[in-house]
Write a protein that binds this ligand. Structure first.
Ligand code: E4P
Length: 220
């Protein structure tokens, strides 16, 4: 499974890239707003992110009608070769995805909560589909079960183009483990979650005792 960072924070992206594990980045309007992002800087901010990774960087459209979404998508795709146009699942979004697919522009269909939504995204030509896990858990449903259903359903068919499933709205190491066990292609994780993935109390304890014993060796 590949790891994407779900953030618009440049320092976080830089640090994850320095670990050698960063395969891509996903952003959304909320994540950009969280960074104090201004409309006028949106495109240049995405370009700065694209310069920090060779992997795909999702920039989201906000239009609600096909032509508007397509126009935004074309503008976003022109920013850098690794931009992916992120479009919410809705009828106009599917239509825009189809148009962008025909122009060779890659789309990540986001806000996917059901198997039919993911199948429609795939049929419209999406290169990535992003089922949300944590937001199901937030309403006391099993987000991992929904993700597993989507992964299985998509694997049943040949869509005539490559499509990867991104586990999105990931909140914990367990979400990542479960996504990997079912063979999900990618997990996009907030930086806080990525940092937690590296940690385990037994690793900390083991390191502490190795270092203490090495002190004994040095002083012998
Ligand atoms: C997907 O790409 C989204 O940015 C994302 O994972 C949203 O998750 P949230 O539920 O943490 O907002």
């Amino acid at each position: 499974m590949k790891f994407f960072l779900d953030t618009a924070n440049l320092a976080e992206i830089e640090e994850a890239a320095s670990w050698g594990v960063l395969a891509g980045v996903t952003t959304n309007p909320t994540l950009y707003a969280r960074e104090g992002g201004k409309l006028a800087d949106f495109h240049s901010h995405l370009q700065r992110i694209c310069a920090l990774t060779d992997g795909p960087v999702s920039g989201e459209t906000v239009g609600l009608v096909r032509d508007e979404i397509v126009r935004e998508g074309i503008e976003l795709a022109a920013l850098a070769p690794n931009i992916i146009v992120k479009i919410p699942v809705m009828p106009e979004g599917l239509a825009a995805t189809k148009t962008l697919f025909e122009r060779g522009i890659k789309v990540n269909m986001t806000l996917c909560f059901t198997v039919p939504q993911a199948l429609l995204a795939a049929r419209a030509g999406a290169a990535y589909v992003s089922p949300f896990v944590g937001r199901f858990d937030d309403i006391s449903e099993d987000g991992i079960e929904h993700l597993a259903n989507t992964v299985t359903a998509l694997s049943n068919y040949d869509f005539g183009h490559d499509i990867e499933v991104i586990a999105a709205s990931v909140r914990s190491a367990n979400h990542v483990t479960q996504a990997a066990l079912m063979g999900c292609d990618i997990a996009t994780v907030p930086f806080k979650v990525l940092k937690n993935l590296v940690k385990h109390p037994l690793t900390d304890r083991g390191l502490e005792s190795f270092l203490a014993d090495w002190e004994k060796v040095k002083n012998s």
